[in-house]
Design a protein around this ligand. Structure first.
Ligand code: GLU
Length: 417
Protein backbone atom coordinates (compact mmCIF):
# COMPACT_ATOMS: atom_id res chain seq x y z
CA UNK A 1 0.00 0.00 0.00
CA UNK A 2 2.59 2.47 -1.14
CA UNK A 3 0.58 5.61 -2.08
CA UNK A 4 -0.99 7.30 0.92
CA UNK A 5 -4.17 8.58 -0.80
CA UNK A 6 -4.79 5.22 -2.46
CA UNK A 7 -8.18 3.69 -1.70
CA UNK A 8 -8.46 0.02 -2.78
CA UNK A 9 -12.25 0.09 -2.67
CA UNK A 10 -12.25 2.78 -5.38
CA UNK A 11 -10.04 0.43 -7.45
CA UNK A 12 -12.42 -2.48 -6.86
CA UNK A 13 -15.41 -0.33 -7.85
CA UNK A 14 -13.61 0.96 -10.98
CA UNK A 15 -12.82 -2.59 -12.12
CA UNK A 16 -16.43 -3.60 -11.49
CA UNK A 17 -17.86 -0.51 -13.24
CA UNK A 18 -15.91 -1.36 -16.38
CA UNK A 19 -17.32 -4.91 -16.45
CA UNK A 20 -20.88 -3.78 -15.66
CA UNK A 21 -20.69 -1.24 -18.50
CA UNK A 22 -19.60 -3.92 -21.00
CA UNK A 23 -22.32 -6.28 -19.71
CA UNK A 24 -24.89 -3.48 -19.97
CA UNK A 25 -26.29 -4.27 -16.51
CA UNK A 26 -29.45 -2.52 -15.37
CA UNK A 27 -28.90 0.54 -13.10
CA UNK A 28 -30.41 -1.12 -10.01
CA UNK A 29 -28.08 -4.13 -10.42
CA UNK A 30 -25.09 -1.78 -10.69
CA UNK A 31 -26.15 0.00 -7.53
CA UNK A 32 -26.53 -3.33 -5.71
CA UNK A 33 -23.16 -4.75 -6.80
CA UNK A 34 -21.13 -1.58 -6.14
CA UNK A 35 -21.55 -1.80 -2.34
CA UNK A 36 -21.40 -4.45 0.38
CA UNK A 37 -24.76 -5.92 1.35
CA UNK A 38 -23.74 -6.17 5.02
CA UNK A 39 -20.84 -4.69 6.93
CA UNK A 40 -19.97 -4.65 10.60
CA UNK A 41 -17.43 -2.77 12.72
CA UNK A 42 -16.30 -3.88 16.15
CA UNK A 43 -14.09 -2.25 18.81
CA UNK A 44 -12.24 -5.02 20.58
CA UNK A 45 -10.88 -4.51 24.11
CA UNK A 46 -7.95 -6.86 24.62
CA UNK A 47 -5.82 -7.21 27.75
CA UNK A 48 -2.15 -7.02 26.83
CA UNK A 49 0.62 -8.91 28.65
CA UNK A 50 1.49 -5.66 30.45
CA UNK A 51 -1.94 -5.69 32.13
CA UNK A 52 -3.14 -2.65 30.13
CA UNK A 53 -6.22 -2.95 27.92
CA UNK A 54 -5.76 -1.96 24.29
CA UNK A 55 -8.71 -1.30 21.95
CA UNK A 56 -8.49 -2.65 18.39
CA UNK A 57 -10.66 -1.60 15.44
CA UNK A 58 -11.98 -4.52 13.44
CA UNK A 59 -14.36 -5.22 10.59
CA UNK A 60 -16.27 -7.94 8.78
CA UNK A 61 -17.80 -7.24 5.38
CA UNK A 62 -20.28 -9.71 3.85
CA UNK A 63 -20.20 -8.24 0.37
CA UNK A 64 -22.70 -10.29 -1.63
CA UNK A 65 -24.37 -13.58 -0.70
CA UNK A 66 -26.49 -14.25 -3.81
CA UNK A 67 -24.49 -17.39 -4.72
CA UNK A 68 -24.07 -18.72 -1.18
CA UNK A 69 -22.61 -17.99 2.27
CA UNK A 70 -20.01 -15.23 2.19
CA UNK A 71 -16.43 -16.53 2.20
CA UNK A 72 -13.12 -14.84 2.72
CA UNK A 73 -10.12 -14.43 4.94
CA UNK A 74 -9.35 -12.33 8.00
CA UNK A 75 -6.40 -9.94 7.70
CA UNK A 76 -4.40 -8.45 10.54
CA UNK A 77 -2.58 -5.37 9.30
CA UNK A 78 -1.67 -1.90 10.64
CA UNK A 79 -3.22 -0.16 7.57
CA UNK A 80 -6.54 -2.03 7.69
CA UNK A 81 -9.61 0.21 7.25
CA UNK A 82 -13.23 -0.39 6.34
CA UNK A 83 -12.30 0.38 2.72
CA UNK A 84 -9.46 -2.17 2.47
CA UNK A 85 -11.87 -4.78 3.86
CA UNK A 86 -14.67 -3.70 1.49
CA UNK A 87 -12.30 -3.99 -1.48
CA UNK A 88 -11.05 -7.41 -0.45
CA UNK A 89 -14.63 -8.64 0.19
CA UNK A 90 -15.66 -7.34 -3.23
CA UNK A 91 -12.76 -9.19 -4.89
CA UNK A 92 -13.70 -12.38 -2.99
CA UNK A 93 -17.20 -12.19 -4.50
CA UNK A 94 -15.82 -12.27 -8.05
CA UNK A 95 -13.10 -14.80 -7.13
CA UNK A 96 -15.62 -17.35 -5.83
CA UNK A 97 -17.78 -16.75 -8.92
CA UNK A 98 -14.86 -17.16 -11.39
CA UNK A 99 -14.16 -20.55 -9.80
CA UNK A 100 -17.90 -21.27 -9.89
CA UNK A 101 -17.94 -22.05 -6.15
CA UNK A 102 -21.37 -21.94 -4.46
CA UNK A 103 -20.19 -19.08 -2.24
CA UNK A 104 -20.51 -15.33 -1.93
CA UNK A 105 -17.67 -12.98 -0.98
CA UNK A 106 -16.62 -11.61 2.38
CA UNK A 107 -13.55 -10.41 4.27
CA UNK A 108 -12.52 -9.40 7.76
CA UNK A 109 -9.78 -7.21 9.13
CA UNK A 110 -8.24 -6.13 12.40
CA UNK A 111 -6.17 -2.94 12.51
CA UNK A 112 -3.10 -4.05 14.43
CA UNK A 113 0.62 -4.63 14.13
CA UNK A 114 0.84 -8.41 14.51
CA UNK A 115 4.64 -8.39 14.68
CA UNK A 116 4.45 -6.53 18.01
CA UNK A 117 1.96 -8.98 19.60
CA UNK A 118 2.99 -11.91 21.78
CA UNK A 119 1.45 -15.35 21.21
CA UNK A 120 -0.95 -14.94 24.12
CA UNK A 121 -1.95 -11.44 22.97
CA UNK A 122 -2.69 -12.89 19.53
CA UNK A 123 -4.84 -15.58 21.11
CA UNK A 124 -6.83 -13.03 23.15
CA UNK A 125 -7.29 -10.84 20.04
CA UNK A 126 -8.49 -13.80 17.94
CA UNK A 127 -10.98 -14.84 20.64
CA UNK A 128 -12.18 -11.24 21.13
CA UNK A 129 -12.86 -10.96 17.40
CA UNK A 130 -15.04 -14.09 17.43
CA UNK A 131 -16.87 -13.00 20.59
CA UNK A 132 -17.80 -9.81 18.74
CA UNK A 133 -18.34 -11.10 15.20
CA UNK A 134 -19.09 -14.80 15.67
CA UNK A 135 -22.86 -14.41 16.08
CA UNK A 136 -23.00 -13.31 12.47
CA UNK A 137 -20.96 -16.25 11.23
CA UNK A 138 -21.99 -19.81 10.48
CA UNK A 139 -21.33 -22.47 7.92
CA UNK A 140 -24.46 -21.26 6.12
CA UNK A 141 -23.84 -17.56 6.54
CA UNK A 142 -20.26 -16.32 6.61
CA UNK A 143 -17.01 -18.32 6.78
CA UNK A 144 -13.59 -16.78 7.57
CA UNK A 145 -10.14 -18.18 6.71
CA UNK A 146 -6.48 -17.13 6.98
CA UNK A 147 -5.08 -14.16 5.07
CA UNK A 148 -2.20 -11.71 5.60
CA UNK A 149 -0.73 -12.29 9.11
CA UNK A 150 -3.36 -14.83 10.19
CA UNK A 151 -2.45 -18.49 10.53
CA UNK A 152 -3.97 -21.96 11.07
CA UNK A 153 -3.26 -21.51 14.81
CA UNK A 154 -5.30 -18.28 14.83
CA UNK A 155 -8.11 -20.15 13.02
CA UNK A 156 -7.92 -22.85 15.73
CA UNK A 157 -8.38 -20.30 18.55
CA UNK A 158 -11.24 -18.69 16.64
CA UNK A 159 -12.94 -22.05 16.07
CA UNK A 160 -12.58 -22.97 19.73
CA UNK A 161 -14.10 -19.64 20.83
CA UNK A 162 -16.94 -20.04 18.34
CA UNK A 163 -17.79 -23.61 19.35
CA UNK A 164 -17.55 -22.69 23.05
CA UNK A 165 -19.94 -19.77 22.51
CA UNK A 166 -22.41 -21.80 20.48
CA UNK A 167 -22.19 -25.01 22.49
CA UNK A 168 -21.80 -27.31 19.51
CA UNK A 169 -19.18 -28.42 17.00
CA UNK A 170 -19.36 -27.14 13.47
CA UNK A 171 -15.85 -26.99 12.14
CA UNK A 172 -16.90 -25.82 8.65
CA UNK A 173 -17.55 -22.32 10.06
CA UNK A 174 -13.84 -21.51 9.68
CA UNK A 175 -11.44 -22.89 7.06
CA UNK A 176 -7.67 -23.02 6.93
CA UNK A 177 -7.71 -24.83 10.29
CA UNK A 178 -4.93 -27.15 11.46
CA UNK A 179 -5.57 -30.68 10.14
CA UNK A 180 -6.37 -32.27 13.58
CA UNK A 181 -9.25 -29.78 13.98
CA UNK A 182 -10.80 -30.55 10.59
CA UNK A 183 -8.42 -28.69 8.30
CA UNK A 184 -7.91 -30.04 4.79
CA UNK A 185 -4.77 -31.69 3.51
CA UNK A 186 -3.24 -29.31 0.97
CA UNK A 187 -4.83 -26.08 2.29
CA UNK A 188 -1.50 -24.63 3.36
CA UNK A 189 0.05 -24.66 -0.11
CA UNK A 190 -3.25 -24.29 -2.01
CA UNK A 191 -2.88 -20.66 -3.11
CA UNK A 192 0.68 -21.22 -4.33
CA UNK A 193 -0.17 -24.48 -6.07
CA UNK A 194 -3.09 -22.75 -7.77
CA UNK A 195 -0.55 -20.17 -9.04
CA UNK A 196 1.59 -22.97 -10.46
CA UNK A 197 -1.43 -24.43 -12.26
CA UNK A 198 -2.04 -20.97 -13.74
CA UNK A 199 1.63 -20.69 -14.80
CA UNK A 200 1.31 -24.09 -16.47
CA UNK A 201 -1.82 -22.93 -18.32
CA UNK A 202 0.03 -19.78 -19.42
CA UNK A 203 2.76 -22.05 -20.73
CA UNK A 204 0.11 -23.97 -22.70
CA UNK A 205 -1.60 -20.93 -24.26
CA UNK A 206 1.36 -18.60 -24.76
CA UNK A 207 4.19 -21.09 -25.07
CA UNK A 208 6.30 -19.52 -22.26
CA UNK A 209 7.77 -22.63 -20.54
CA UNK A 210 8.04 -22.69 -16.73
CA UNK A 211 11.27 -24.69 -16.97
CA UNK A 212 14.07 -22.16 -17.23
CA UNK A 213 11.69 -19.16 -16.85
CA UNK A 214 13.33 -16.31 -14.96
CA UNK A 215 10.84 -15.58 -12.17
CA UNK A 216 10.62 -12.66 -9.73
CA UNK A 217 8.42 -13.11 -6.66
CA UNK A 218 7.44 -10.23 -4.40
CA UNK A 219 6.65 -11.54 -0.91
CA UNK A 220 8.13 -14.64 0.71
CA UNK A 221 5.39 -15.48 3.19
CA UNK A 222 2.83 -18.25 3.05
CA UNK A 223 2.02 -17.60 -0.61
CA UNK A 224 5.28 -16.27 -2.12
CA UNK A 225 7.62 -18.57 -0.19
CA UNK A 226 5.78 -21.79 -1.08
CA UNK A 227 5.33 -20.57 -4.66
CA UNK A 228 9.10 -19.98 -4.93
CA UNK A 229 9.73 -23.54 -3.77
CA UNK A 230 7.17 -25.06 -6.16
CA UNK A 231 8.51 -23.10 -9.14
CA UNK A 232 12.11 -23.95 -8.20
CA UNK A 233 11.16 -27.66 -8.01
CA UNK A 234 9.66 -27.40 -11.50
CA UNK A 235 12.87 -26.07 -12.99
CA UNK A 236 12.09 -22.34 -13.04
CA UNK A 237 14.96 -20.00 -12.25
CA UNK A 238 13.79 -17.80 -9.36
CA UNK A 239 16.03 -14.75 -9.77
CA UNK A 240 14.41 -12.32 -7.31
CA UNK A 241 12.57 -12.69 -4.00
CA UNK A 242 11.61 -10.23 -1.28
CA UNK A 243 10.37 -9.80 2.26
CA UNK A 244 9.25 -6.63 4.08
CA UNK A 245 12.87 -5.71 4.82
CA UNK A 246 14.09 -5.85 1.21
CA UNK A 247 14.79 -8.03 -1.80
CA UNK A 248 17.48 -10.39 -3.10
CA UNK A 249 18.50 -10.63 -6.75
CA UNK A 250 20.63 -13.32 -8.36
CA UNK A 251 20.73 -13.58 -12.16
CA UNK A 252 22.02 -17.17 -11.88
CA UNK A 253 19.00 -18.28 -9.81
CA UNK A 254 18.50 -18.18 -6.02
CA UNK A 255 18.93 -21.31 -3.89
CA UNK A 256 15.29 -21.31 -2.70
CA UNK A 257 15.54 -24.04 -0.01
CA UNK A 258 18.46 -22.09 1.55
CA UNK A 259 16.50 -18.81 1.33
CA UNK A 260 13.47 -20.42 3.03
CA UNK A 261 15.61 -21.77 5.86
CA UNK A 262 17.19 -18.32 6.31
CA UNK A 263 13.83 -16.51 6.20
CA UNK A 264 12.28 -18.77 8.84
CA UNK A 265 15.34 -18.51 11.08
CA UNK A 266 15.43 -14.70 10.76
CA UNK A 267 11.74 -14.26 11.73
CA UNK A 268 10.45 -13.54 8.22
CA UNK A 269 13.32 -11.37 7.03
CA UNK A 270 15.76 -11.78 4.15
CA UNK A 271 18.23 -8.97 5.01
CA UNK A 272 21.76 -10.40 5.18
CA UNK A 273 20.97 -13.51 3.08
CA UNK A 274 24.14 -14.06 1.06
CA UNK A 275 22.59 -16.01 -1.86
CA UNK A 276 22.38 -12.90 -4.05
CA UNK A 277 22.67 -9.12 -4.15
CA UNK A 278 20.52 -6.97 -1.88
CA UNK A 279 17.99 -4.84 -3.73
CA UNK A 280 14.63 -3.22 -2.99
CA UNK A 281 11.03 -4.33 -3.39
CA UNK A 282 10.56 -1.57 -6.00
CA UNK A 283 13.54 -2.78 -8.04
CA UNK A 284 12.28 -6.36 -7.88
CA UNK A 285 9.06 -5.35 -9.64
CA UNK A 286 10.90 -3.84 -12.60
CA UNK A 287 13.79 -6.31 -12.85
CA UNK A 288 14.55 -8.09 -16.12
CA UNK A 289 12.53 -11.31 -15.76
CA UNK A 290 10.08 -13.44 -17.74
CA UNK A 291 7.39 -13.89 -15.11
CA UNK A 292 6.52 -11.56 -12.24
CA UNK A 293 4.49 -12.81 -9.28
CA UNK A 294 3.38 -10.01 -6.92
CA UNK A 295 2.54 -12.04 -3.79
CA UNK A 296 2.48 -9.42 -1.04
CA UNK A 297 -0.02 -6.57 -0.78
CA UNK A 298 -2.25 -4.41 -2.95
CA UNK A 299 -1.26 -1.31 -4.98
CA UNK A 300 2.32 -2.18 -5.94
CA UNK A 301 2.06 -1.95 -9.75
CA UNK A 302 0.91 1.59 -10.37
CA UNK A 303 1.04 4.33 -13.00
CA UNK A 304 4.52 5.21 -11.77
CA UNK A 305 6.20 1.84 -12.45
CA UNK A 306 3.95 0.07 -15.02
CA UNK A 307 6.03 1.34 -17.94
CA UNK A 308 9.18 -0.05 -16.36
CA UNK A 309 7.85 -3.60 -15.80
CA UNK A 310 9.99 -5.92 -17.94
CA UNK A 311 8.14 -9.21 -17.35
CA UNK A 312 6.08 -10.55 -20.25
CA UNK A 313 3.68 -12.28 -17.86
CA UNK A 314 2.36 -11.04 -14.50
CA UNK A 315 0.55 -13.57 -12.29
CA UNK A 316 -1.19 -11.76 -9.42
CA UNK A 317 -0.82 -13.89 -6.30
CA UNK A 318 -1.66 -10.94 -4.00
CA UNK A 319 -5.11 -9.37 -3.94
CA UNK A 320 -5.27 -6.08 -5.84
CA UNK A 321 -1.58 -5.56 -6.69
CA UNK A 322 -2.28 -3.61 -9.91
CA UNK A 323 -4.15 -0.31 -10.14
CA UNK A 324 -6.58 0.32 -13.06
CA UNK A 325 -4.18 2.95 -14.53
CA UNK A 326 -1.31 0.47 -14.46
CA UNK A 327 -3.55 -2.19 -15.96
CA UNK A 328 -4.14 -0.01 -19.02
CA UNK A 329 -0.43 0.58 -19.48
CA UNK A 330 0.42 -3.11 -19.14
CA UNK A 331 -2.29 -4.06 -21.61
CA UNK A 332 -1.06 -1.48 -24.16
CA UNK A 333 2.46 -2.81 -23.74
CA UNK A 334 1.30 -6.39 -24.41
CA UNK A 335 2.05 -7.73 -20.91
CA UNK A 336 -0.17 -10.75 -20.17
CA UNK A 337 -1.71 -10.22 -16.71
CA UNK A 338 -3.50 -13.09 -14.98
CA UNK A 339 -5.76 -11.28 -12.49
CA UNK A 340 -5.87 -11.98 -8.76
CA UNK A 341 -9.47 -13.22 -8.83
CA UNK A 342 -8.27 -16.14 -10.95
CA UNK A 343 -4.55 -16.48 -10.14
CA UNK A 344 -4.80 -16.67 -6.35
CA UNK A 345 -8.11 -18.56 -6.14
CA UNK A 346 -6.42 -21.84 -5.13
CA UNK A 347 -6.73 -20.91 -1.45
CA UNK A 348 -10.46 -20.35 -1.40
CA UNK A 349 -10.97 -23.37 -3.65
CA UNK A 350 -9.38 -25.67 -1.08
CA UNK A 351 -11.24 -23.79 1.68
CA UNK A 352 -14.42 -24.81 -0.11
CA UNK A 353 -13.16 -28.41 -0.30
CA UNK A 354 -12.41 -28.21 3.42
CA UNK A 355 -16.01 -27.17 4.12
CA UNK A 356 -17.31 -30.03 1.99
CA UNK A 357 -15.17 -32.49 3.97
CA UNK A 358 -16.33 -30.96 7.27
CA UNK A 359 -19.95 -31.30 6.22
CA UNK A 360 -19.41 -35.00 5.53
CA UNK A 361 -17.19 -35.36 8.62
CA UNK A 362 -14.58 -36.96 6.39
CA UNK A 363 -10.96 -36.44 5.27
CA UNK A 364 -9.74 -36.60 1.69
CA UNK A 365 -6.19 -37.60 0.81
CA UNK A 366 -3.67 -34.99 -0.31
CA UNK A 367 -3.74 -36.56 -3.77
CA UNK A 368 -7.53 -36.14 -4.03
CA UNK A 369 -7.41 -32.52 -2.84
CA UNK A 370 -4.60 -31.65 -5.26
CA UNK A 371 -6.31 -33.25 -8.23
CA UNK A 372 -9.62 -31.49 -7.45
CA UNK A 373 -7.81 -28.16 -7.04
CA UNK A 374 -6.00 -28.67 -10.31
CA UNK A 375 -9.20 -29.63 -12.12
CA UNK A 376 -11.07 -26.57 -10.87
CA UNK A 377 -8.23 -24.08 -11.49
CA UNK A 378 -7.60 -25.44 -14.99
CA UNK A 379 -11.26 -25.28 -15.90
CA UNK A 380 -11.60 -21.70 -14.57
CA UNK A 381 -8.49 -20.64 -16.51
CA UNK A 382 -9.92 -22.16 -19.69
CA UNK A 383 -13.26 -20.35 -19.21
CA UNK A 384 -11.52 -17.01 -18.67
CA UNK A 385 -9.12 -17.54 -21.56
CA UNK A 386 -12.00 -18.35 -23.92
CA UNK A 387 -13.68 -15.11 -22.85
CA UNK A 388 -10.37 -13.24 -23.31
CA UNK A 389 -10.16 -14.50 -26.88
CA UNK A 390 -13.80 -13.64 -27.52
CA UNK A 391 -13.50 -10.01 -26.34
CA UNK A 392 -9.92 -9.60 -27.48
CA UNK A 393 -9.34 -7.69 -24.24
CA UNK A 394 -7.44 -8.06 -20.96
CA UNK A 395 -7.72 -11.24 -18.89
CA UNK A 396 -8.97 -9.16 -15.94
CA UNK A 397 -11.94 -7.89 -17.89
CA UNK A 398 -12.61 -11.41 -19.20
CA UNK A 399 -12.62 -12.79 -15.63
CA UNK A 400 -14.86 -9.97 -14.39
CA UNK A 401 -17.36 -10.47 -17.22
CA UNK A 402 -17.79 -14.14 -16.31
CA UNK A 403 -17.93 -13.54 -12.57
CA UNK A 404 -20.14 -10.48 -12.49
CA UNK A 405 -22.64 -12.07 -14.88
CA UNK A 406 -22.81 -15.18 -12.65
CA UNK A 407 -23.46 -13.07 -9.54
CA UNK A 408 -25.97 -10.84 -11.38
CA UNK A 409 -27.84 -13.91 -12.59
CA UNK A 410 -28.10 -15.23 -9.02
CA UNK A 411 -29.39 -11.82 -7.86
CA UNK A 412 -32.01 -11.82 -10.63
CA UNK A 413 -33.10 -15.40 -9.87
CA UNK A 414 -33.62 -14.41 -6.22
CA UNK A 415 -35.78 -11.55 -7.39
CA UNK A 416 -33.46 -8.95 -5.81
CA UNK A 417 -33.28 -6.91 -9.01
N1 GLU B 1 -7.52 -15.26 2.02
C1 GLU B 1 -7.59 -16.06 0.82
C2 GLU B 1 -8.02 -15.22 -0.38
O1 GLU B 1 -7.86 -14.03 -0.41
C3 GLU B 1 -8.45 -17.29 1.02
C4 GLU B 1 -9.87 -17.04 1.44
C5 GLU B 1 -10.60 -18.27 1.92
O2 GLU B 1 -10.03 -19.33 1.93
O3 GLU B 1 -11.76 -18.11 2.29
O4 GLU B 1 -8.44 -15.75 -1.37
Amino acid sequence: MSETNYNPFRTAQAQLDQAMEVLGLEPSMRELLRWPMREYRYRLPVRMDSGEVQIFDSYRVQYNHARGPTKGGLRWHPDETIDTVRALACWMTWKCAVLDLPLGGGKGGVTCNPTSLSTSEKERLARAYIRAAGHRMSVDRDVPAPDVHTTPQIMAWMLDEYETMMGYHHSGVITGKPIPLGGSAGRNEATSLGGVVVAREVERVLGHPIKGARCAIQGFGNVGGILARLLHERGAKVIAISAVDGAIFNEGGIDIPAALTYYNRKMQQLGGFDGGDATTNEQLLTCDCDMLFPAALENVITESNANAIQAKVVIEMANGPTTPEADKILHQRGVFVVPDILANAGGVTVSYLEQVQNTYNYHWSLKDVHSELERRMTSAFKDVYAEYERIDGPMRLAAYLLAVERVAEACRLRGWV
